[in-house]
Design a protein around this ligand. Sequence first.
Ligand SMILES: C[S@@+](CC[C@H](N)C(=O)[O-])C[C@H]1O[C@@H](n2cnc3c(N)ncnc32)[C@H](O)[C@@H]1O
Length: 274
Amino acid sequence: MQPVWKSFFILFYSKSDNYIWNRPVEEWTDKRANKEYEYIEKETGRRYKKVPIHAPGVRNGETGKSWRGMNPPPGKHWQFAPQTLDEMDARGEIYWSATGNPRRKIYLDSSSGIPVQDIWLEFRDAHNQNIEITGYPTEKNRDLLSRIIRASSNPDDLVMDCFAGSGTTLSVASEFGRKWIGIDNSSEAIATTLRRFAKGCERMGAFVSQRTSPHENTSNDESRQLSLFNLDECRFKAESLPEKSEIVNNFALYATDSFAGELEDIVKQWIEWQ
Ligand SMILES: C[S@@+](CC[C@H](N)C(=O)[O-])C[C@H]1O[C@@H](n2cnc3c(N)ncnc32)[C@H](O)[C@@H]1O
Protein backbone atom coordinates (compact mmCIF):
# COMPACT_ATOMS: atom_id res chain seq x y z
CA MET A 1 0.00 0.00 0.00
CA GLN A 2 1.30 3.47 -0.87
CA PRO A 3 2.03 5.68 2.16
CA VAL A 4 -0.37 8.59 2.51
CA TRP A 5 1.44 11.93 2.59
CA LYS A 6 -0.15 14.81 4.38
CA SER A 7 1.65 18.10 4.49
CA PHE A 8 1.10 21.17 6.61
CA PHE A 9 2.72 24.52 7.16
CA ILE A 10 4.37 25.54 10.42
CA LEU A 11 4.11 29.28 10.90
CA PHE A 12 6.57 31.25 12.99
CA TYR A 13 5.25 34.50 14.46
CA SER A 14 6.97 37.05 16.64
CA LYS A 15 5.52 40.07 18.43
CA SER A 16 8.79 41.96 18.03
CA ASP A 17 12.25 41.70 16.52
CA ASN A 18 13.39 40.22 19.79
CA TYR A 19 12.72 36.53 19.25
CA ILE A 20 14.51 33.24 19.60
CA TRP A 21 15.48 31.26 16.58
CA ASN A 22 17.98 28.47 17.12
CA ARG A 23 18.50 27.27 13.60
CA PRO A 24 17.75 23.55 13.66
CA VAL A 25 20.51 21.27 12.50
CA GLU A 26 20.73 17.56 11.89
CA GLU A 27 23.64 15.52 13.12
CA TRP A 28 26.21 14.55 10.54
CA THR A 29 26.15 10.94 9.45
CA ASP A 30 29.55 9.43 8.61
CA LYS A 31 28.46 9.05 5.01
CA ARG A 32 27.42 12.68 4.58
CA ALA A 33 30.37 14.04 6.57
CA ASN A 34 32.90 12.03 4.56
CA LYS A 35 31.34 13.21 1.33
CA GLU A 36 31.16 16.89 2.25
CA TYR A 37 34.41 17.11 4.26
CA GLU A 38 36.55 14.91 2.07
CA TYR A 39 40.05 15.87 3.26
CA ILE A 40 41.92 14.91 6.40
CA GLU A 41 44.62 17.14 7.83
CA LYS A 42 47.78 15.04 8.18
CA GLU A 43 49.09 16.80 11.28
CA THR A 44 45.86 16.74 13.30
CA GLY A 45 43.62 14.10 11.69
CA ARG A 46 40.84 16.73 11.45
CA ARG A 47 38.42 16.32 8.59
CA TYR A 48 37.90 19.44 6.44
CA LYS A 49 36.64 20.85 3.17
CA LYS A 50 38.20 23.57 1.03
CA VAL A 51 36.34 26.75 0.11
CA PRO A 52 37.46 29.85 -1.82
CA ILE A 53 38.89 32.75 0.16
CA HIS A 54 37.36 35.32 -2.16
CA ALA A 55 33.78 36.51 -2.67
CA PRO A 56 31.98 38.39 -5.47
CA GLY A 57 32.21 42.18 -5.61
CA VAL A 58 35.03 44.68 -5.84
CA ARG A 59 36.09 46.41 -2.59
CA ASN A 60 38.37 49.40 -2.17
CA GLY A 61 39.27 48.70 1.45
CA GLU A 62 41.63 46.15 3.00
CA THR A 63 39.89 43.15 1.43
CA GLY A 64 40.52 44.59 -2.03
CA LYS A 65 44.28 44.86 -1.50
CA SER A 66 46.84 42.36 -2.67
CA TRP A 67 47.87 39.56 -0.32
CA ARG A 68 51.16 37.68 -0.64
CA GLY A 69 51.64 39.32 -4.02
CA MET A 70 48.23 38.17 -5.29
CA ASN A 71 45.25 40.34 -6.10
CA PRO A 72 41.71 39.02 -5.64
CA PRO A 73 40.39 37.56 -8.94
CA PRO A 74 38.73 40.18 -11.22
CA GLY A 75 35.37 41.36 -9.86
CA LYS A 76 36.04 39.80 -6.43
CA HIS A 77 37.51 40.64 -3.04
CA TRP A 78 39.16 38.63 -0.27
CA GLN A 79 36.76 37.35 2.38
CA PHE A 80 39.19 38.56 5.06
CA ALA A 81 41.70 41.40 5.35
CA PRO A 82 45.29 40.42 4.44
CA GLN A 83 46.37 40.53 8.09
CA THR A 84 43.62 38.06 9.06
CA LEU A 85 44.58 35.81 6.16
CA ASP A 86 48.14 35.83 7.47
CA GLU A 87 46.91 34.81 10.92
CA MET A 88 44.77 32.04 9.45
CA ASP A 89 47.70 30.80 7.41
CA ALA A 90 49.90 30.78 10.51
CA ARG A 91 47.29 28.57 12.23
CA GLY A 92 47.38 26.16 9.25
CA GLU A 93 43.86 27.09 8.15
CA ILE A 94 44.82 27.90 4.56
CA TYR A 95 45.38 25.13 2.05
CA TRP A 96 47.88 25.90 -0.70
CA SER A 97 47.52 23.93 -3.92
CA ALA A 98 50.59 22.77 -5.86
CA THR A 99 50.10 25.76 -8.16
CA GLY A 100 50.03 28.21 -5.22
CA ASN A 101 46.27 28.71 -5.12
CA PRO A 102 45.08 29.38 -1.52
CA ARG A 103 41.82 28.00 -0.19
CA ARG A 104 40.30 28.13 3.26
CA LYS A 105 39.89 24.98 5.34
CA ILE A 106 36.52 24.51 7.01
CA TYR A 107 36.66 21.81 9.66
CA LEU A 108 33.93 19.27 10.31
CA ASP A 109 34.42 19.56 14.07
CA SER A 110 33.51 23.26 13.95
CA SER A 111 30.16 22.51 12.34
CA SER A 112 27.21 22.18 14.73
CA GLY A 113 25.41 19.98 12.19
CA ILE A 114 23.65 20.12 8.86
CA PRO A 115 21.23 23.05 8.73
CA VAL A 116 17.80 21.61 8.06
CA GLN A 117 15.91 22.71 4.99
CA ASP A 118 12.47 24.31 4.89
CA ILE A 119 10.73 21.11 3.89
CA TRP A 120 10.76 18.52 6.65
CA LEU A 121 10.05 15.08 5.28
CA GLU A 122 11.34 13.00 8.15
CA PHE A 123 8.40 13.40 10.51
CA ARG A 124 5.30 11.39 10.04
CA ASP A 125 2.06 11.46 11.85
CA ALA A 126 2.62 9.66 15.17
CA HIS A 127 -0.10 7.13 14.34
CA ASN A 128 1.13 6.35 10.85
CA GLN A 129 4.66 5.96 12.07
CA ASN A 130 3.46 3.73 14.92
CA ILE A 131 5.27 5.86 17.46
CA GLU A 132 2.28 7.12 19.39
CA ILE A 133 2.50 6.99 23.15
CA THR A 134 -1.01 7.81 24.23
CA GLY A 135 -3.08 6.73 21.27
CA TYR A 136 -5.00 10.04 21.57
CA PRO A 137 -6.50 10.58 18.11
CA THR A 138 -4.57 13.77 17.40
CA GLU A 139 -1.33 12.90 19.15
CA LYS A 140 1.61 14.64 17.51
CA ASN A 141 5.01 13.31 16.61
CA ARG A 142 7.23 14.12 19.60
CA ASP A 143 10.37 14.52 17.48
CA LEU A 144 8.61 17.18 15.42
CA LEU A 145 7.61 19.04 18.58
CA SER A 146 11.13 18.65 19.89
CA ARG A 147 12.55 20.39 16.84
CA ILE A 148 10.00 23.20 17.00
CA ILE A 149 10.44 23.80 20.73
CA ARG A 150 14.24 23.75 20.64
CA ALA A 151 14.33 26.03 17.59
CA SER A 152 12.07 28.65 19.10
CA SER A 153 12.91 28.64 22.81
CA ASN A 154 15.77 28.20 25.24
CA PRO A 155 15.87 26.31 28.56
CA ASP A 156 13.76 28.04 31.24
CA ASP A 157 11.62 29.79 28.59
CA LEU A 158 7.87 29.39 28.74
CA VAL A 159 6.07 27.27 26.13
CA MET A 160 2.27 27.33 25.91
CA ASP A 161 -0.02 24.89 24.12
CA CYS A 162 -3.60 26.06 24.47
CA PHE A 163 -4.94 22.93 22.78
CA ALA A 164 -2.76 20.49 24.65
CA GLY A 165 -4.52 17.23 23.70
CA SER A 166 -2.38 14.31 24.76
CA GLY A 167 0.31 16.63 26.12
CA THR A 168 3.03 16.04 23.53
CA THR A 169 4.14 19.68 23.57
CA LEU A 170 4.14 19.81 27.37
CA SER A 171 6.05 16.60 27.81
CA VAL A 172 8.70 17.58 25.26
CA ALA A 173 8.94 21.12 26.69
CA SER A 174 9.53 19.63 30.13
CA GLU A 175 12.11 17.18 28.77
CA PHE A 176 14.12 20.06 27.33
CA GLY A 177 13.98 22.19 30.48
CA ARG A 178 11.32 24.64 29.36
CA LYS A 179 8.53 25.84 31.63
CA TRP A 180 5.14 25.19 30.13
CA ILE A 181 1.41 25.95 30.30
CA GLY A 182 -1.07 23.50 28.81
CA ILE A 183 -4.79 24.05 28.35
CA ASP A 184 -7.52 21.71 27.20
CA ASN A 185 -11.28 21.63 27.72
CA SER A 186 -11.61 17.86 27.37
CA SER A 187 -11.39 15.60 30.38
CA GLU A 188 -10.09 12.80 28.13
CA ALA A 189 -7.24 15.07 27.12
CA ILE A 190 -6.39 15.98 30.72
CA ALA A 191 -6.52 12.33 31.78
CA THR A 192 -4.38 11.33 28.81
CA THR A 193 -1.83 14.01 29.58
CA LEU A 194 -1.66 13.11 33.27
CA ARG A 195 -1.21 9.45 32.53
CA ARG A 196 1.56 10.30 30.11
CA PHE A 197 3.19 12.51 32.73
CA ALA A 198 3.08 9.64 35.23
CA LYS A 199 4.19 6.87 32.90
CA GLY A 200 6.63 8.63 30.57
CA CYS A 201 6.87 6.93 27.21
CA GLU A 202 5.13 3.76 28.32
CA ARG A 203 2.53 3.05 25.71
CA MET A 204 -1.06 3.55 26.68
CA GLY A 205 -2.74 1.64 23.88
CA ALA A 206 -4.85 2.67 20.99
CA PHE A 207 -7.63 5.13 21.57
CA VAL A 208 -9.92 3.72 18.94
CA SER A 209 -13.48 3.00 18.19
CA GLN A 210 -13.89 -0.72 17.87
CA ARG A 211 -16.80 -2.14 15.99
CA THR A 212 -18.56 -4.82 17.93
CA SER A 213 -18.55 -8.19 16.25
CA PRO A 214 -21.50 -8.67 13.89
CA HIS A 215 -22.21 -11.93 15.76
CA GLU A 216 -22.49 -10.17 19.08
CA ASN A 217 -25.96 -9.67 20.25
CA THR A 218 -26.05 -5.92 20.28
CA SER A 219 -28.97 -3.68 19.77
CA ASN A 220 -27.19 -1.72 17.08
CA ASP A 221 -24.02 -1.78 15.05
CA GLU A 222 -22.67 1.40 16.60
CA SER A 223 -18.98 1.72 17.26
CA ARG A 224 -17.99 1.07 20.83
CA GLN A 225 -15.47 3.50 22.24
CA LEU A 226 -12.72 1.75 24.12
CA SER A 227 -11.74 3.27 27.37
CA LEU A 228 -8.35 4.84 27.12
CA PHE A 229 -7.23 3.37 30.37
CA ASN A 230 -8.65 -0.08 30.28
CA LEU A 231 -5.36 -1.58 29.31
CA ASP A 232 -6.72 -5.11 29.05
CA GLU A 233 -8.88 -3.97 26.21
CA CYS A 234 -6.39 -1.73 24.47
CA ARG A 235 -4.67 -3.21 21.50
CA PHE A 236 -1.01 -2.34 21.59
CA LYS A 237 0.42 -1.89 18.15
CA ALA A 238 4.00 -2.57 19.16
CA GLU A 239 5.76 -3.99 22.17
CA SER A 240 7.51 -0.85 23.27
CA LEU A 241 8.98 2.44 22.20
CA PRO A 242 12.68 3.21 22.49
CA GLU A 243 13.79 3.65 26.09
CA LYS A 244 12.91 7.18 27.08
CA SER A 245 11.83 8.47 30.42
CA GLU A 246 9.68 11.54 30.39
CA ILE A 247 8.05 11.52 33.77
CA VAL A 248 6.62 14.94 34.55
CA ASN A 249 5.61 15.56 38.15
CA ASN A 250 6.33 19.18 38.90
CA PHE A 251 3.19 21.03 37.90
CA ALA A 252 -0.04 22.56 39.18
CA LEU A 253 -3.48 21.82 37.82
CA TYR A 254 -6.21 24.48 37.60
CA ALA A 255 -9.84 24.08 36.61
CA THR A 256 -13.04 26.06 36.52
CA ASP A 257 -15.59 25.17 39.22
CA SER A 258 -17.81 23.36 36.72
CA PHE A 259 -14.94 21.07 35.79
CA ALA A 260 -13.64 20.51 39.29
CA GLY A 261 -15.64 17.33 40.08
CA GLU A 262 -14.55 15.58 36.92
CA LEU A 263 -11.01 16.68 37.51
CA GLU A 264 -10.99 15.28 41.01
CA ASP A 265 -11.63 11.77 39.68
CA ILE A 266 -8.88 12.20 37.11
CA VAL A 267 -6.45 13.34 39.78
CA LYS A 268 -7.35 10.32 41.94
CA GLN A 269 -6.50 8.11 39.01
CA TRP A 270 -3.28 10.03 38.45
CA ILE A 271 -2.25 9.35 42.06
CA GLU A 272 -2.72 5.61 41.43
CA TRP A 273 -0.64 5.80 38.26
CA GLN A 274 2.37 7.24 40.09
C1 LIG B 1 -5.50 18.79 17.70
S1 LIG B 1 -5.77 18.40 19.37
C2 LIG B 1 -4.24 18.75 20.13
C3 LIG B 1 -3.22 17.72 19.87
C4 LIG B 1 -2.05 17.76 20.77
N1 LIG B 1 -1.06 18.72 20.29
C5 LIG B 1 -1.47 16.37 20.95
O1 LIG B 1 -0.26 16.15 20.80
O2 LIG B 1 -2.24 15.46 21.27
C6 LIG B 1 -6.76 19.75 19.85
C7 LIG B 1 -7.16 19.75 21.29
O3 LIG B 1 -7.80 20.98 21.55
C8 LIG B 1 -8.82 20.77 22.51
N2 LIG B 1 -9.75 21.89 22.37
C9 LIG B 1 -10.62 22.15 21.37
N3 LIG B 1 -11.32 23.28 21.62
C10 LIG B 1 -10.85 23.78 22.78
C11 LIG B 1 -11.14 24.95 23.53
N4 LIG B 1 -12.07 25.82 23.13
N5 LIG B 1 -10.45 25.16 24.67
C12 LIG B 1 -9.52 24.28 25.08
N6 LIG B 1 -9.18 23.16 24.41
C13 LIG B 1 -9.85 22.91 23.27
C14 LIG B 1 -9.38 19.42 22.18
O4 LIG B 1 -9.96 18.82 23.33
C15 LIG B 1 -8.15 18.66 21.69
O5 LIG B 1 -7.58 17.88 22.73
